[in-house]
Design a protein around this ligand. Structure first.
Ligand code: PSU
Ligand code: MN
Length: 304
């Protein structure tokens, strides 16, 4: 039984050693509203192609772990309602039952690694939620970074999380957290989190070489590259802080927990910013797609 269903474009790229960038699908189904989600998904793919790499959006469709979606599949996912959100824990169950679902960062990393794709671009990863000391809500994305050898490009952990705790957990798990082109850790909608990043790198080549060195050392796990949102699209931290506080309080009031929490907070912040958070989100994802493509090109140019 073949577990993976590669699109023709992705299959060809992998055969010839051309650069490929994996993309997640939860950001489409749970992270953004229709129809901006579809526009974003298409633009991200186009951005990667324009850089000379091949996009591979990953999702489970009718039980198959699809790596690379056709436009009609992207559109169907973007429009569908009530799609399952699949993380490491859900992936095999959904596939065994012939189901359909969108992959989170964790599940997308699994699909990418199985297909032989070393680079993955997204918006923000999951992390340690505020109040995790009592809720224990820590995203499976962090564990996945510790065990699956994929370089994930994001714009920082989402500012809805507890960023200092997220950094601590990543350090414990041995995940390199790299800020791209600055010393400060970026915080998704804002360029700075008010925290110094553990590592800094200034070129896609340095990031590719570090990933190759991990592999040479037989160290499991990937790297987290945090790429600051373009200046013109950022929402300053001070402006966002009260909005995040309000959204977090609303989630408590409505007893939103578990995998519903991240989508709820993103939607609430979208409402409270009159859509501005979504514009920023799209801008940062495109920016990450560009960097992801450049890293993928450097990885494919490394001596075998
Ligand atoms: N980045 C975004 N929007 C999102 C997500 C990331 O800009 O919706 C998704 C990713 O799929 C990530 C997930 O893996 O949120 C984290 O969910 P949780 O906190 O439940 O692990
Ligand atoms: Mn969670």
């Amino acid at each position: 039984m073949s577990l993976l269903k590669l699109s023709p474009a992705v299959a060809e790229a992998l055969e010839t050693g051309a650069p490929v960038v994996a993309l997640e699908s939860t950001i489409i189904t749970h992270g953004m509203p229709w129809p901006q989600n579809l526009e974003m998904a298409r633009k991200v793919e186009d951005t990667i192609r324009a850089e000379g790499a091949v996009p591979a959006t990953i999702a489970v469709i009718d039980g198959a772990l699809c790596v690379g979606l056709e436009d009609a599949q992207l559109e169907a996912l973007a429009q569908a309602r009530g799609v399952a959100k699949l993380s490491r824990a859900d992936l095999a169950v959904c596939m065994a039952q012939g189901g359909t679902g969108a992959t989170t960062v964790a599940a997308t990393m699994i699909g990418a690694a199985r297909a032989g794709i070393a680079t993955f671009a997204t918006g923000g990863i999951g992390g340690v939620h505020r109040g995790a000391e009592s809720s224990f809500d820590i995203s499976a994305d962090l564990q996945e970074l510790a065990q699956t050898a994929v370089t994930v490009v994001c714009a920082g952990a989402k500012a809805i999380l507890d960023l200092p705790k997220t950094l601590e957990v990543l350090e414990t798990l041995g995940v390199p957290v790299i800020a791209y082109g600055q010393d400060q850790l970026p915080a998704f909608w804002s360029r700075e989190a008010g925290l110094r990043a553990p590592l800094r790198m200034d070129t896609p080549k340095a990031i590719a070489e570090a990933q190759a060195m991990r592999a040479a050392l037989d160290l499991p796990g990937g790297q987290l590259v945090t790429n600051p949102i373009p200046e013109e699209a950022e929402i300053p931290r001070d402006e966002l802080a009260p909005i995040i506080a309000r959204a977090t309080k609303d989630a408590e009031t409505h007893s939103i927990h578990g995998k519903h929490l991240t989508p709820y907070l993103l939607q609430r912040i979208f409402e409270l910013t009159d859509g501005r958070s979504l514009e920023s989100n799209i801008a940062l994802v495109l920016n990450n797609a560009r960097l992801g493509a450049r890293i993928a090109k450097e990885i494919s140019a490394l001596p075998a």
